[in-house]
Design a protein around this ligand. Structure first.
Ligand code: PHE
Length: 344
């Protein structure tokens, strides 16, 4: 029996040392070997089962030897296990090595769209003048977009503002002016708001037209508001946006919802009024439409025109942005081409 135990010890040692720690199988092979020699049905156990047939003197001797063999094999298994684990760690570290001299991945940060940049600037100017910002629906009732603004069905002013009809009574708003009505219906004067937002017109796309663009509406209603207030406010606005030298002029115009009405031009900031490519030789550039809110519109909104008066204006954001950054094609503003947007 002693020889059998010696043989087991020798075989186990050989088998364990033969396991290649570089191989992926190493762990499994070691476990197989452990079961084969030390397991419940293993070789060592089956030898011990035969101890019943030994003489009482021999039993403790064989018992001791078999214990030594067991401890020996256990130690071999343990050592091999450690070797395999070390090897695994080494391999993982090798794979995960970081080359700190490699260039890092650059974090690209976004920025505001040029339309948003200028809109924010304009909002800040008016907030500084005590205005609040109002927002309303782009899908608008015909009533607010036209009717209440003194543009009844069949009025020729509708031709210049053809739009997209959801049905007979619902349109995509052609202007931000319906916000005048919505605000006056909800708020008692004094009112001082601007209402920026998207507007729509049934225009074919080209360098200066888009079926979607942006306007900023302004509305002031109070006791004793006059055309002088309108002029003063817009002059102040122009100076804040274009610099202290900015000069504006009012030209008579017609809007159904203001009376009197005007178009407001700014003296060309590129040529100083002499005429150039930017102002198309005019010396002046139109920036907005404005006027005193029509008494009929006030009445429609339940504001007494004998007690209150006010002014309104509407400016197109795209034009201002295009001139500010010398952009010659409106489509660039909507295409979201990063090569374009990164310049601002
Ligand atoms: N809504 C007008 C337009 O789109 C502009 C405007 C607004 C004119 C307010 C007067 C007063 O042309």
């Amino acid at each position: 029996m002693k020889e059998m135990l010696a043989k087991i010890r020798e075989n186990a040692a050989l088998e364990i040392s033969a396991i290649n720690i570089d191989s992926e199988e190493a762990k499994n092979l070691l476990e197989d070997a452990r079961v084969k020699y030390l397991g419940k049905k293993g070789e060592l156990t089956s030898v011990l089962r035969g101890m019943g047939g030994l003489s009482p003197e021999m039993r403790p001797v064989i018992g001791q030897v078999s214990n030594e063999v067991r401890e020996f094999i256990e130690k071999e298994v343990e050592e091999k296990k450690n070797l395999i684990a070390q090897r695994e760690t080494a391999r993982r570290l090798e794979k995960e090595v970081i080359d700190v001299t490699m260039p890092g991945k650059r974090n690209t940060s976004g920025r505001l769209h040029p339309l948003t940049q200028v809109l924010t600037e304009i909002e800040d100017i008016f907030i500084g003048l005590g205005f609040e910002i109002a927002e309303g629906p782009e899908v608008e009732l015909d009533y607010y977009n036209f009717e209440a603004l003194n543009i009844p069905k069949n009025h020729p002013a509708r031709d210049t503002q053809d739009t997209f009809y959801i049905n007979d009574n619902i349109v995509l708003r052609t202007q931000t002016s319906p916000m005048q009505i919505r605000v006056m219906e909800k708020t008692k004067p004094p009112i001082r708001i601007i209402a920026p937002g998207r507007v729509y017109r049934s225009d074919a796309v080209d360098a200066t037209h888009s079926p979607l663009f942006h306007q900023i509406e302004g509305l002031v209603i109070d006791k004793g508001v006059t055309m002088a207030d309108l002029k003063g406010s817009l002059e102040l606005f122009a100076k804040k946006l274009y610099g202290e030298d900015a000069v504006i002029r009012f030209r008579p115009h017609h809007f159904p919802f203001t009376e009197p009405s005007a178009e407001v031009d700014i003296c060309c900031f590129s040529c100083g009024g002499k005429g150039c490519r930017l102002c198309k030789g005019e010396g002046w550039i139109e920036i907005l439409g404005a006027g005193m809110v029509h008494p009929k519109v006030l009445e429609t909104c339940g504001v007494d025109p004998k007690e209150y008066s006010g002014f309104a204006f509407g400016l197109g954001l795209e034009r201002i942005v295009m001139r500010r950054f010398d952009i010659n094609d409106m489509r660039l503003l909507y295409e979201n081409d990063l090569r374009f947007l990164k310049q601002f």
